[in-house]
Structures are given as structure tokens and as C-alpha cells.
Design a protein around this ligand. Sequence first.
Ligand code: NAG
Ligand code: NAG
Ligand code: NAG
Ligand code: NAG
Length: 289
Amino acid sequence: MCPVTKVFSFFLILLFSSRIKRRTKLFLKLEDFLWRRNDSIGLAFSELMLLKVLAATAYDDMPSHIENLKCKMCVVVGNSFAIKKTSLGSAINKYDVVIRLNNAPVPGYEEDVGNKTTMRIFYPESAISNPRLHNDEDTLMVMVPFKPHDLRWLKEMLYDEKRVQDIGFWKPPPLIWLVNRSNVRVLDPHFMHQTVKQMAQIPTQKRNQKPFQPTTGFLAVFVALNYCDVVHIAGFGYPPKSDQQQPIHYFENNTMKAMKSSPHDINHEAQALKRLEEVGALMYLHPHL
Ligand SMILES: *[C@@H]1O[C@H](CO)[C@@H](O)[C@H](O)[C@H]1NC(C)=O
Ligand SMILES: *[C@@H]1O[C@H](CO)[C@@H](O)[C@H](O)[C@H]1NC(C)=O
Ligand SMILES: *[C@@H]1O[C@H](CO)[C@@H](O)[C@H](O)[C@H]1NC(C)=O
Ligand SMILES: *[C@@H]1O[C@H](CO)[C@@H](O)[C@H](O)[C@H]1NC(C)=O
């Protein structure tokens, strides 16, 4: 039995006063591309590039052992320092779907973050050369296409093409990516659009804001809310402003200073997560601010 069923539209109406449909197909597929080009895929992407990328990756959505579950229990494991010393690892491993983000490492941190990874959501700058070190053999590597360069990088990796010198990345993505092609997916840009759109309805204190650019973690929560019947999260949250010494991630020593020039609005996101928690759309696995 599913403890919470299909609350999605309900809480979104509560939360954002808007009626949006839950979408459970997460990834772009070649056939979708051919049929619904005007829908969510109308991006600044070269169509040819997208076609080549989709042709090289498997067309499956989720593996059937997950897809066929009556009740999908998901956990999104964020990269926050807050997950340290929680010993949540074995609890995290019990979920049907464990979503990890970017370059978050696993070996050496299993006690707190677990060692199962169903999906890893990333973008080229946060990819690592050998994903096998930090993922399972069948982990789906889900790229978020933020910008046209992202697909070009993916195409170069999948087809082992000549690497084009890049100016469109804020950090050089890996030149070698040892991934099993059949595990690669491209996240439907619909989820990014939906996240941005819903967030625009939550007022923010900042004026003259640049367009909201979600963190990967926040985007992953929206993906999970669409796909899963139960969404729990761990490892979300940033240190308080007053604490400039505390690292922000569980795996490196960057402090809030590193966030200074980031395009993200973490206060806005924290507010949205709080509201999602209040309406019971998600639950934190550990105490938090
Ligand atoms: C897609 O968009 C184009 C340009 O906006 C329009 O001419 C065309 O009719 C649309 N096609 C479909 C299937 O909606
Ligand atoms: C996770 O760790 C357990 C216990 O060490 C091990 O049995 C299991 O195979 C590991 N799972 C993965 C996906 O690495
Ligand atoms: C690639 O992944 C698929 C699905 O997980 C698996 O069946 C296949 O054996 C893998 N291939 C290699 C070379 O690891
Ligand atoms: C972070 O700092 C600790 C203590 O100073 C050090 O042991 C560790 O190696 C550092 N980690 C990284 C990834 O730099």
C-alpha cells in the first residue's frame, strides 16, 4: 500500500495556486522528439545534435522493475554537509529510487549517504571522468540540458568525436567519460521549465533578480515529485550565513564563499522546500533548520 497516493496535483494547487499535470516520463526519447517538437523541447538546441544524442542512448524510460512498482518510494540525496554523521546510509539504500546529484562521491561516505544510486542527475561541468567509481553498474546517468554546449559535450562523448574547445562552460567538463551508453539519459527540459515556472510564483525578497536558475538538488526534488509516490530528502540545506567556516558539501571543504558568484537563489529554494514540507509533499530524513 502506498502511504501517500498521487497527492501531486493537490499539493501543487495548494502551494502555487496553479494546476499543473504530473509528468512521469522523465527522459527525452527519439520518438517524442519527432512528434512533439513544439511542446517542451523547443530549446535553443540544434535539432541534429539532439537527434544524434537520442539515437545513441537507449530509449527506455525507467527500468521496468521500478516502472512497474505500485508505489514508488524515492529519496533525493543532496550534497549538503548536513548529511554528515547522520548514519542514514542503510535507510537510504532501502528506497526504490535513490537520486544523487552531480559529482557527489559514494565510496568512503556510505555510512551517511548509502551506496545505492538509481539515478544521478548532472550537467557536464559536474561530470567526472569515471562515473563507475561512484555509481552502480546500472545507475542511470541523467544529464540536464541547461545550454546548447551541454548537448554538444554529450554528443562528443557518446560518439568519441573531436572535442571542441569550449568557452560556454564555467568549468571544463571531462574530456573522457567512461560511461555505459545504455545508461545515459537526457532529462526532459519540461522539468526545468516547470521548476522555474512554479518558483516564479513564490515571492522572493530580492529585487531585479536574474532569472531563477535552480540548483540540481532542487530540480531533482521536482523530478521526484513528478515521478514518485513518496518523496523523502536528505542532505539539503546550506550552513547559516553567520557560519562562514562550515563546509557546504559533505565531501569537500568549500564554504559559503564559493557560493558568492553562483547564479542560484538558495534562500528562495529553502523557502520553497519548507512549503513543500509543510503541505506534506516531502519529508526530511534528518532534523534541519
Ligand atoms: C509548431 O510551431 C510552429 C511555429 O510556431 C507552427 O507553425 C506549427 O504549426 C506547430 N506545430 C504543431 C504540431 O503544433
Ligand atoms: C552496498 O554495500 C553493501 C554492504 O557492504 C553491499 O552488499 C552491496 O553490494 C553494495 N551495493 C552497491 C550497489 O554497491
Ligand atoms: C551496459 O549496461 C547494460 C544495462 O545496465 C548492461 O546490460 C550491459 O552489460 C552494460 N555493458 C557494459 C559493457 O558494461
Ligand atoms: C578538508 O579538510 C580536512 C581537515 O582540514 C582535510 O583532512 C581533508 O583532506 C580536506 N578535504 C578535501 C577534499 O580537501
